[in-house]
Design a protein around this ligand. Structure first.
Ligand code: NAD
Ligand code: ZN
Length: 354
């Protein structure tokens, strides 16, 4: 006998964007049926938000446990996961424990992974505190850790029950990290939304109101994409990697912040687009002006073309050495192109490698 069953599994995520949310978690989080809470922080986010978040959750009169990981990417390891799982067992956490991650992308990736595997999945709430995590890492349910040099090679896709964004926490973030996070916001505009692009182009100063509106629009765009393609089974979700093939290559080589590398990667993808889809040079120039306005680089010095090419070949999205890029037909309209001629790949380097 051979029979195929279709098993549909739906998940629901509440998105809350609210000034001061980190101090008023008990007013936002739904405590129904939950037995205890475990908050994951890194050392820095614990220092910044630990006491207030803990005090707020204690108002539920249920156990609140705190687990602090070391700050930084090195914490994204299986040994951290094992330590957290042992802690959960020691504290008698059960199927109705809620895991809450308060921090940047490192914390949200770990919280999502733990939430996805403890008892094969418990409630998970993400409270992203870097701009990158607010608009990207905490959105979409991907969680995981690294093994040696292989980034995010193991993990889960598990949508959080809630994502709580407090724009006020960004005032504590160094400017470089705001600028880096802006690259992902501008990416969503260039790749998916011409109106949003026009709006950002009219902005004179990145004040709190502009930032809040930009976070709103960008998160809504990404959530809609996740709804359409939650497990990255089609090209819809892949498209959020616009600018990332080239970006990842130079991020590793030049050791620059992720968003800076993505900004340069987007210019590269646009240059390739002008040669393949007929994307207009005028729109490319508008996008470059926008990136520069927010302090992002659009070129990079002293990198060898050959080294960049080798790194790009290793990108897991370039199946079997065939170059595959997310390209633009126009701002807000993209398509994925396979088997791009190596000559075009190389010729386009001149726009960004100076
Ligand atoms: N799951 C996904 O879809 C996805 C997407 C993009 C990135 N990521 C992952 O995200 C990680 C990078 O995230 P990140 O850039 O947020 O790094 P991070 O989590 O290391 O945070 C950067 C630094 O900022 C500090 N910090 C956090 N909030 C702060 C605040 N409000 N004020 C001051 N300092 C604060 C942190 O303690 C840390 O030192 C990478 O591991 C990447 O793989 C995941
Ligand atoms: Zn990115």
């Amino acid at each position: 006998m051979k029979k195929r069953y279709t098993i549909i599994h739906t998940e629901q995520t509440d998105l809350v964007i609210h000034d001061g949310a980190t101090e008023n978690l008990h007013e936002i989080i739904d405590a129904t049926n939950q037995t205890s809470y475990v908050i994951l922080f890194d050392a820095e986010t614990y220092r910044l938000f630990g006491k207030k978040a803990e005090t707020s959750l204690q108002k539920f009169n249920k156990p609140v446990h705190i687990f602090i990981i070391e700050t930084g990417e090195a914490s994204k390891s299986l040994s951290t996961i094992e330590n957290i799982l042992s802690f959960l067992i020691e504290k008698n956490c059960d199927r109705k424990t809620t895991i809450i991650g308060i921090g940047g992308g490192v914390v949200s990736d770990i919280a999502t992974f733990v939430g996805g595997i403890y008892y094969r999945g418990v409630n998970c709430i993400l409270i992203p505190t870097t701009l990158l995590a607010q608009v990207d890492a905490a959105i979409g349910g991907k969680g995981g850790v690294n093994i040696t040099d292989y980034k995010n090679i193991i993990g889960v896709i598990k949508q959080p029950n809630a994502i709580i964004i407090d724009p006020l926490v960004l005032s504590l973030l160094p400017q470089e990290q705001i600028t880096s996070g802006m690259a992902e916001i501008i990416k969503m505009a260039i790749a998916f939304d011409r109106h949003f692009f026009n709006y950002l182009s009219t902005v004179i100063k990145l004040d709190n109101n502009v930032l809040k509106k930009a976070i709103h629009t960008s998160v809504n765009l990404k959530m809609k994409i996740i709804q359409e393609d939650p497990l990255e089974k089609t090209n819809t979700r892949t498209a959020v990697n616009f600018g990332h093939s080239f970006g990842h290559a130079i991020e590793l080589m030049a050791k620059i912040p992720h968003g800076f590398a993505v900004a340069i990667g987007m210019v590269y993808a646009m240059e390739v687009s002008t040669k393949i889809t007929g994307f207009s040079k005028k729109e490319m120039d508008q996008a470059i002006v926008l990136l520069r306005k927010f302090g992002l680089p659009t070129t990079i010095k002293n990198l060898s073309k050959n080294d960049v090419l080798e790194h790009m070949k290793k990108d897991k999205k370039n199946f079997g050495g065939n170059f595959r890029l997310v390209l633009l037909d126009a701002i807000g309209k993209l398509r994925i192109v396979e088997n791009i001629d190596k000559k075009i790949i190389e010729e386009s380097f001149h726009k960004v490698l100076i």
